[in-house]
Design a protein around this ligand. Sequence first.
Ligand code: ADP
Length: 259
Amino acid sequence: RTAPMDLHAPCNELSSVGKVIAVVSGKGGVGKSTVTCSLAAAMARLGKKTAVLDADITGPSVPTAFGIHEHAVGSELGIYPAVSKGGVALMSLNLLTENETDPVIWRGPVIAGTVKQFWTDVIWGDVDYMFVDMPPGTGDVPLTVFQSLPVDGVIVVTSPQDLVSMIVTKAVKMAEMMNIPILGLVENYSYFKCPDCGGEHALFGESKADRVAAELGLKVLARLPIDPALAAACDEGRVEEYQPNPMAGVAEALVAGRV
Ligand code: ADP
């Protein structure tokens, strides 16, 4: 087992953060950011003070989903997060780079240092739930980020193909080795709901989420269909307006303590 080093620093003295929930995936492109942003939007709608820390430094997509394109503002006390229309506090490298399209060509320790600063130097204020959009995979960068933040629980996002390739098992085992409780799995791209016939089509075959979750001793928290309208809402900065929010049930379950 890896012995997790305790590298956590306290958050900014003007912040008080309740639960920190990391959203992870075995690889990129499975919908981790979509799930994180939808969940945060749903949580804010429940009246909870909500924040998103975008730790996916090389592929930051959180500000876009919330329609935020301005720069973050700093003071001698720290950096202020951007705040979305729905009241979600956000910090992402995209709020700090000169151009949104500038690539970040940094090595792992620098990335992890930046994420740590998002925790220590951002004036988050009072937050009930902070969702962390983690860097994908089980390599050096997600590992160091895990060690830099006091994560209370992990939600694992998978595609149907990941469930076959065992890449999810690796992500789950990584969280277990770091002694972080896993709240459950979210299967994205689970099925396609035909707009013409209304039928639900399992494009990738019957869902394996239940079987794999049972093998790993985990709950399936949600199954999201392939939904071009959801993708468009995120691309156009309307994740908060998109209804029905596919993560609403998970937000309710978190607040009710059922997850
Ligand atoms: P990740 O954070 O895992 O890299 P993203 O959330 O950025 O993945 O999603 C990758 C792409 O797939 C994005 O263009 C996103 O809009 C799209 N996408 C994610 N989930 C869905 C879905 N359920 N239906 C349709 N498109 C989706």
